[in-house]
Each structure stands twice: as C-alpha cells, then as structure tokens.
Design a protein around this ligand. Structure first.
Ligand SMILES: C[S@@+](CC[C@H](N)C(=O)[O-])C[C@H]1O[C@@H](n2cnc3c(N)ncnc32)[C@H](O)[C@@H]1O
Length: 201
C-alpha cells in the first residue's frame, strides 16, 4: 500500500521537524513510564510505539493495532530496527480484540479523523473499556482551530477541511465516560492532545 511507504516522509515534511516533540508530548500526556502496558490504536508505521520503547522499556508491554496489514509491516520493520519488542495486531479501533481493563494507557494518535462520529464514539468507548481503572486514554488529532490564526494555520497546512469537521475531542472523551478530560499542550498547534482517565469504582 502506497501510504505505508510515503507516510513517514510525509509526516516529517508536514510536521516541519516537530514530530519528535509531538511524540514526547503524547507520551507525557499518558504519563508513560517503565513497566506500563500500552496500546496504540491505529499505530500506523509504529513511530509512537518506538518512542514509547525508548522511555518505558524494559518491562513495558507495547501493543500496536491497525486495520492495515501494510502499515503493520512497516511498524514491524521500524520496531525491529529499534530493537523494540512490540506486539502488532490487525484489527478495528471500534472492536478492540482485547479483554476489559488490560492496559495502563491507550493512545489514538491521528486515527480519529478517519472515523465517522459514531465510530469515534465507539473507538473512545472501546479505549475506555480496555484501559484499567485509573488508567489514561490519550487522543491526538485535528481539533477545532483556535481563533483566526488557528484557522489560517489549518488552511496553510492543507487540512482546513479536517480541522473544520473536527469534533470537540474533550466532549467526545467525556461522552465516552472518561473523567478528568483535559487538553494538554501540543507542539503542533492544529493537532490537539486530549487525555482522560477511567474512573476507579
Ligand atoms: C494517519 S495514520 C496515524 C498513524 C500513527 N498513529 C501516527 O500517529 O503516526 C492513521 C492510521 O490509522 C489506521 N486506521 C484508520 N482507521 C482505522 C480503524 N478503524 N481501525 C484501526 N486502524 C485504523 C490507518 O490504517 C493508519 O495506519
């Protein structure tokens, strides 16, 4: 699949050198540290999993899920090169093939904009289901642009349509039953980082 081949150079170009900072901010939003069990839904070519390996190994369980076999093959090549032990699973964000409460942190990075509103809600609900009580769900995606400057930035980066159609990610995670939902600082303005916690009964 072509996207799996061009995805990493494209992200480097559009991110203008800020992709590593975005990955660090994403992991920080999840409070990732050694020994955590992490799931990356829509893991693509595995950039976040490899970044997680650098800060959470040894002892972390790193699992990536994607619907695309080509993306998973690219993620396998990247994780092998980095010496990162990751489990890669083909599957759907809206029907996660994992039992309840088996991860400390679940990420959905740049995958929500592929989904319809109903699917977004299902994916957020599934993330909440598989994260442990007290664990964290982190979503990174195009958010509604902040003010005129944000809208101009979105147009210049050619994702004006994605940004205009973007849901309120804080409201979305709240509707999925997560608690303490809040936006975190993002090094790439149009990409919002939002985290929520699964409550402890
Ligand atoms: C833009 S890429 C993002 C990759 C990676 N998470 C990142 O932050 O760079 C979106 C990925 O989500 C995957 N994807 C899209 N819809 C999906 C779904 N319903 N279930 C699982 N994966 C999906 C695509 O195959 C693709 O690999």
């Amino acid at each position: 699949m072509v996207l799996a081949t061009v995805y990493d150079p494209l992200v480097r170009m559009l991110g203008a050198g800020r992709e590593p900072a975005l990955r660090r901010a994403t992991l920080a939003a999840g409070g990732v540290s050694g020994g955590h069990d992490l799931l990356d839904v829509g893991c693509g070519t595995g950039a976040l999993l490899v970044a997680a390996h650098e800060i959470a190994a040894p002892g972390a369980r790193l699992v990536g899920l994607d619907r695309s076999a080509a993306m998973l093959a690219a993620a396998r090549r990247r994780s092998d090169r980095a010496g990162a032990a990751v489990e890669l699973v083909e599957g759907e964000a809206t029907r996660l093939p994992f039992p309840d409460a088996c991860f400390d942190v679940v990420f959905l990075s740049l995958v929500m904009h592929y989904l319809s509103l109903d699917q977004k809600l299902s994916a957020a609900g599934e993330a909440r289901r598989v994260v442990r009580p007290g664990g964290t769900v982190v979503v990174v995606d195009f958010g509604r642009p902040d003010g005129a400057h944000g809208r101009l930035h979105a147009l210049l980066l050619l994702h004006g349509r994605a940004a205009a159609a973007a849901p309120d990610l804080v409201a979305l995670l709240s509707r999925a039953g997560l608690e303490q939902v809040a936006r975190r600082p993002s090094p790439i303005g149009p990409l919002h980082i939002v985290r929520g916690v699964r409550g402890v009964p």
